[in-house]
Design a protein around this ligand. Structure first.
Ligand SMILES: [Zn+2]
Length: 298
């Protein structure tokens, strides 16, 4: 018996250094959140995203492999505002990991930290098919919202992994100063009042930050496919307003936008990535914002 205890003590102390230096396992619901974690945590954590950059984050399959990943994670970073309502609860239930439950230390909900745009009115009904019931959840496409979230994320990472607090702090400072400078430069490239049409309300916060006016949406409501009548209305509006650009998020079908462009002289359709890894060359949030600015400025 004594021998066994001795052996146990030896094994325990041999393994201790491995566990004490184990990296924090972080999961994110989107690739944009993953990029934010990487920019603040560098190589101090292991981070993976459930959704790919080429997928509509409203509709992701709750795969059993995601549940296994969630069962081993220390921290989950989600968007909230019901973006993941159709799939994240299933993953969390399947993971049986109490740390990641909403309200627990291991679940960071970015959407709770920002002022949402397009808050629903009193007449709103989910039965309308609107997938933005708590306001627009695509807030990370405003670079300044990314800074707001990064600040709170830095504290969360430091709390769960105090050993690397100074790294998170240093990375956050660099991220903030680099991005603030880039926003100033990006603002100079966009003509305030530039008019666009978009498919879904994905770029609302981006447009808001850079003074771009979204004249019409190809979807009558977020998550509701366009009807023939709605498309006619969009064509009329585009002509009246003299819109020159239609932006389609690259996980939506551009057919409707192309149909509108046939009718509206001078309207150009651009299919754009709206997420990190939405195209192979978009490796982080800086690349993503740069690519969006390029799409609108030309
Ligand atoms: Zn949406």
């Amino acid at each position: 018996m004594r021998k066994n205890i001795k052996l146990f003590v030896v094994i325990f102390f041999c393994l201790l250094p491995i566990y004490s230096h184990a990296k924090l396992k972080v999961l994110t619901t989107t690739n944009n959140l993953k990029s934010l974690v990487e920019l603040i945590a560098g190589d101090k954590v292991d981070v993976e995203s459930f959704s790919k950059g080429t997928q509509d984050p409203h509709y992701i399959e709750a795969k059993p492999s995601y549940m296994v990943k969630a069962s081993r994670a220390d921290l989950l970073v989600s968007i909230g505002l019901e973006l993941e309502v159709g799939w994240l609860p299933l993953i969390l239930r399947g993971s049986r990991n109490p740390r990641l439950r909403e309200g627990e230390e291991g679940h960071f909900i970015a959407g709770n930290l920002i002022e949402t745009l397009e808050k629903p009115t009193a007449t709103f009904s989910r039965a309308d098919g609107d997938v933005h019931p708590e306001g627009n959840p695509h807030f990370l496409l405003d670079p300044l919202n990314a800074i707001k979230i990064a600040e709170k994320l830095k504290f969360k990472l430091a709390k769960l992994d105090p050993e690397n607090t100074s790294v998170y702090e240093k990375n956050f400072k660099k991220f903030t100063s680099d991005l603030t400078l880039r926003v100033k430069q990006w603002k100079k490239r966009i003509k305030v009042g530039t008019k666009v049409i978009t498919y879904h309300k994905t770029l609302t916060y981006f447009y808001h930050r850079f003074g771009i006016i979204n004249i019409a949406l190809l979807e009558p409501k977020p998550g509701v496919p366009p009807s023939a009548r709605h498309i006619l209305g969009v064509m009329k509006k585009a002509k009246t307003e003299g819109v020159k650009l239609a932006i389609v998020e690259n996980y939506f079908d551009p057919t409707v936008a192309n149909r509108v462009a046939k009718d509206v002289i001078g309207l150009k359709v651009k299919v754009v990535p709206v997420s990190v890894n939405g195209e192979p060359k978009i490796l982080n949030l800086f690349d993503l914002y740069e690519s969006l600015i390029t799409s609108v400025e030309e």
